[in-house]
Design a protein around this ligand. Structure first.
Ligand code: B4P
Length: 191
């Protein structure tokens, strides 16, 4: 079983790399961003709450997010047999602690964390471009600025958290998607 966290700033390519990883390693993919956007699309109560946070570039509260993640994992036990790619989760230290506890309770653990390193000017250009192409409501300059601030304050401390555990693999995420994938593959093969 291979459990991997894809970690990085908004627009660093977590989702893009995860798509290729699922095909290569037969892993189950959980993107908390996708889960939330699906709720928004279906107009559920959770979706209504999530939209308020996402459109302001803020994180959904930890307690809510941890419950959502646990229920996705439990609903997909069979699909997740080979392992899971956690894409965009955890985004805070309490989420990381909850993930460790959740995996331990289920008799498994995290094998590695892949961190994608991309400078802010490139992140902003990618997200503005995606906003133009897809109309995603949080890909506008004001929300992007707030997402980057939230990343720097709340999410980037996870680098130290995972480095201390000896499972962090930082990767240069500025090449094209294929070049970055080669680096991701190397990191996974070294886990
Ligand atoms: P997410 O959906 O996770 O979005 P993201 O961080 O913006 O994107 P990602 O890094 O996956 O970028 P992508 O590959 O798509 O989160 C959205 C929101 O949901 C958050 O702001 C938050 O409010 C909420 N949320 C989600 N998880 C949460 C949690 N755990 N706790 C609390 N709140 C949570 O790439 C972006 C663009 O770059 C794409 O257009 C892609 O084509 C391009 N690109 C990617 N790799 C490239 C490369 N190597 N070269 C050139 N372009 C590339």
């Amino acid at each position: 079983m291979l459990n991997i966290v894809m970690f990085g700033a908004p627009g660093s390519g977590k989702g893009t790399q995860s798509e290729v990883l699922i095909k290569t390693y037969g892993l189950f993919h959980i993107s908390t961003g996708d889960v939330l956007r699906d709720h928004i699309k279906r107009g559920t109560d959770l979706g209504k709450t999530a939209k308020e946070y996402i459109d302001k570039g803020q994180l959904i509260p930890d307690e809510l997010m941890v419950d959502i993640l646990a229920s996705v994992v439990d609903d997909n036990k069979e699909a997740a047999q080979n392992g899971v790619i956690f894409d965009g989760f955890p985004r805070t230290i309490p989420q990381a602690e909850a993930l460790d506890a959740m995996l331990e309770k289920r008799g498994t653990k995290l094998n590695g964390v892949i961190g994608l390193d991309v400078p802010e000017d490139i992140l902003i250009a990618r997200l503005l471009n995606r906003g133009k192409e897809t109309g995603r409501s949080d890909d506008n300059l004001e929300t992007i600025t707030s997402r980057l601030e939230v990343y720097n304050n709340q999410t980037s401390p996870l680098k130290e958290f995972y480095a201390k555990k000896g499972i962090l693999h930082m990767i240069e995420g500025t090449g094209g998607p294929e070049a970055v994938f080669e680096l991701v593959k190397k990191a996974i093969e070294s886990m």
